[in-house]
Design a protein around this ligand. Structure first.
Ligand SMILES: [Fe+2]
Length: 164
């Protein structure tokens, strides 16, 4: 296998991962009572749809067919996310679990896009590397947003319990 073939597999994996996420994010958005968290999921759904198109663009530049491969890592992460949906938990705990599951997804993507970008750079595919970098940046922002939501909620709860 050449580095170029490895990159092609990485792109196919990411394409599958993003498409799986487009299907899963609406379910996460539905599961929360938190307006902040729902909006974050919905916003990231829009970004994810755009990321699917961006990978198609990268694949087009590299003459790679994006389909035909399943990202089993994302499948597993989404499967674990679905277990949360069927768990019996208070809304705050459910949200904490949803945030945790979503951050695992983001960290996986951050890692995968970082690797794919590095390989694209090594091969001299600078336009592809830039496009992958755009998505990488969005994933990092999504991750930070989730951390902010989680920390705000913890702070609000701490403030409330002080008042009791
Ligand atoms: Fe993504």
């Amino acid at each position: 296998m050449t580095l170029e073939e490895l990159l092609a597999d990485e792109l196919k994996d990411l394409y599958s991962a993003e498409n799986q996420l487009v299907k899963a994010l609406p379910k996460l958005a539905k599961a929360t009572d938190s307006e902040d968290l729902r909006k974050a999921f919905e916003h990231h759904l829009e970004q994810t749809r755009n990321q699917v198109r961006r990978i198609e663009q990268v694949c087009n530049e590299l003459s790679v067919k994006p389909g035909g491969r399943k990202c089993v890592a994302m499948e597993g992460l989404i499967e674990e996310g679905k277990e949360i949906l069927s768990a019996d938990a208070e809304p705050d705990i459910l949200d904490a679990a949803l945030i945790g599951a979503a951050q695992k997804v983001e960290h996986y993507e951050i890692s995968a896009y970082g690797t794919a970008r590095a390989h694209a750079r090594q091969l001299g595919f600078m336009r592809a590397a830039d496009l992958l970098g755009e998505t990488l940046h969005e994933e990092e922002q999504a991750d930070e947003k989730l951390t902010m939501i989680a920390e705000n909620r913890v702070n609000v709860q701490a403030a409330m319990s002080k008042g009791n």
